[in-house]
Design a protein around this ligand. Structure first.
Ligand code: COA
Length: 159
């Protein structure tokens, strides 16, 4: 059985994340979408909110499970016996950061990292820009899956 983990902060999940999840779910038997902590970032939405958002947008993908973890990704993947990490690369900056992360993870846990490049239409999206647009009352439907448009908009507007 081919199993992979797609980790991220998903704060909030976007259309860019969703297309990566959809594509990955057809490549693997089981895909774990895993909310992790980035030591350098404070998240806006709580873990529970992000879990709910991810479950709402993936409910039709039956081989996708939404989880969260604390600590190192390699430790969690080892514990769950998941050999492959999936990340997406939008541009050169992502490439530089991701290859560094992949090398560190490989060194610590022999994880294999695979990359997917988002479709052109979603290559400009990032969660922090979505938060900025949402807080200013801008049109989030260009960036956020329909199923979570309302709770994400409300969460950002009341902040
Ligand atoms: N669509 C939309 N946005 C995308 C995207 C896509 N396809 N691909 C990347 N992004 C954006 C995200 O929205 C996010 O944007 P933001 O910075 O504006 O919020 C940014 O790219 C990168 O975020 P993310 O994918 O969430 O990764 P990250 O760099 O924050 O890392 C973890 C998150 C959980 C994977 C990482 O911190 C981790 O592994 N943590 C556990 C501790 C650990 O093991 N650390 C590694 C030590 S070597």
């Amino acid at each position: 059985m081919k199993r992979a983990i797609y980790p991220g902060t998903f704060d909030p999940p976007t259309l860019g994340h969703l297309t990566i999840i959809q594509r990955a779910s057809s490549l693997f038997d089981q895909l774990y979408v895993a909310i992790g902590q980035n030591g350098k970032k404070n998240s806006f939405f709580s873990i529970e909110e992000r879990k709910t958002f991810l479950k709402m947008i993936t409910q039709e993908l039956h081989n996708v499970e939404v989880v969260s973890f604390e600590g190192l990704l390699v430790d969690y993947a080892k514990k769950m016996q998941i050999p492959v990490v999936l990340r997406s690369i939008r541009n050169g900056t992502d490439f530089d950061e991701e290859t560094l992360l992949a090398s560190m993870n490989a060194k610590m846990g022999l994880l294999e990292t695979l990359y997917l490049v988002p479709d052109d239409a979603f290559r400009h999206i990032s969660s922090s820009l979505v938060r900025e647009v949402g807080r200013a009352g801008g049109p989030l439907h260009f960036f956020v899956p329909k199923a979570i448009l309302e709770p994400v908009s409300v969460g950002l507007c009341v902040s």
